[in-house]
Design a binder for this molecule. Structure first.
Ligand SMILES: NC(=O)c1ccc[n+]([C@@H]2O[C@H](COP(=O)([O-])OP(=O)(O)OC[C@H]3O[C@@H](n4cnc5c(N)ncnc54)[C@H](O)[C@@H]3O)[C@@H](O)[C@H]2O)c1
Ligand SMILES: [Zn+2]
Length: 306
């Protein structure tokens, strides 16, 4: 019997080549193979940041504007450490494999929609005008007083007191010298300035309306269900009653399938042998592998197919 894993990838490649454009949707899981933490559950956060264990805080408490106003030095330890770490890590080879598929086989007709704030898609070479960061970006500061957003200075490093979990050089606004925060949507956040995201979303809407007729592949990578923004975005585009849609969900532990209750049979390694050869309708694939491996295998399968 043929290897079901390679059959699945062949079928995925066929769908990618049939559709003419690709929407990449991604959550924290795509960064794991680059060595970045996902902060899943309290334990996940505590492992990366013992300060939060000592104070019994969750991710919801840490990524919070209240924490910024009450304890700015500790807040900036968390975000400064994350910033330094995102700078120090490189996007893994799966990012590059995916970009090659978009460039070489889809004529650059792609858009990325990610809840990640690390800027790793741009770092991997994805065009910044084709990326929407729905939860903002750690590479931008926001001044609540001036209501402005601006880029973190090039080569910025946060000086961190690792012993006491504090950052003593809280960044200050370049115009008014007030303490600034990252331009990231936090929990219970009424202060977030969303103008940058709104511009990016405008480009995403243009991308979808331009490519609606030609079929769109949605490739969803490492998106969880606790903060379901990415899953909902993937599924809402999948369900749009336009042209052919394919949803490829890459996640070693995908859990509950549908936020919208989409009623499609999932095609995966265990049933690929029984699938019809011809693609007749929208398809939902599930690849239970890590993002790096899965994206590299997809690139190989697309290469073989074309
Ligand atoms: N790098 C970042 O920017 C970063 C990091 C952590 C959290 N966040 C923020 O936290 C929120 C968390 O939501 P979320 O859904 O993105 O994360 P999540 O932690 O809830 O879910 C991560 C998902 O990735 C999957 N996963 C684990 N290992 C994987 C791998 N090797 N390859 C592919 N998938 C893998 C898990 O099964 C899980 O479903 C988001 O709003 C995001 O903005 C961002
Ligand atoms: Zn200011």
């Amino acid at each position: 019997m043929a290897d079901p894993s390679s059959l699945l990838y062949q079928r995925v490649a066929k769908s990618i080549m049939r559709n003419k454009a690709m929407l990449v949707t991604a959550g924290a899981g795509i960064g794991i193979d680059s060595g970045l933490p996902d902060f899943r559950g309290k334990e996940g956060l505590w492992k990366a940041y013992p300060y939060f264990k000592n104070t019994n805080m969750s991710f919801t408490d840490a990524a919070n504007p209240r924490f910024f106003s009450m304890k700015p030095k500790e807040f900036w330890f968390f975000y400064g450490h994350r910033y330094n770490s995102y700078q120090d890590h490189l996007p893994h080879s799966g990012f590059h494999a995916l970009l090659k598929v978009c460039r070489e086989y889809l004529g650059d007709k792609y858009h990325v929609y990610t809840s990640n704030v690390d800027g790793h898609f741009q770092k991997a070479g994805f065009n910044k005008r084709q990326v929407t960061e729905c939860h903002g970006s750690i590479n931008h500061f926001q001044c609540d007083k001036c209501r402005t957003i601006y880029l973190v200075p090039h080569r910025k490093r946060f000086e961190l007191d690792i012993k006491n979990f504090v950052c003593n050089d809280i960044p200050k606004c370049k115009d008014c010298a007030s303490p600034v925060r990252p331009n990231i949507l936090m929990f219970g956040d009424r202060e977030w300035i969303s103008s940058r995201k709104a511009k990016q979303e405008g480009r995403l809407r243009d991308f979808l309306s331009t490519n609606n007729k030609d079929g769109i592949t949605i490739i969803e990578i490492g998106a969880g269900t606790a903060v379901p923004t990415i899953r909902m975005a993937s599924e809402s585009v999948f369900c749009e009653p336009h042209s052919q849609r394919t949803l490829i969900r890459i996640n070693p532990d995908p859990g509950n399938h549908s936020m919208y209750g989409i009623n499609y049979d999932v095609i995966n390694e265990s049933n690929i042998n029984k699938c019809e050869e011809e693609i007749t309708e929208n398809e939902l694939f599930e690849i239970k592998e890590s993002s790096k491996l899965a994206l590299k295998k997809i690139r190989e399968a697309v290469k073989d197919f074309s």
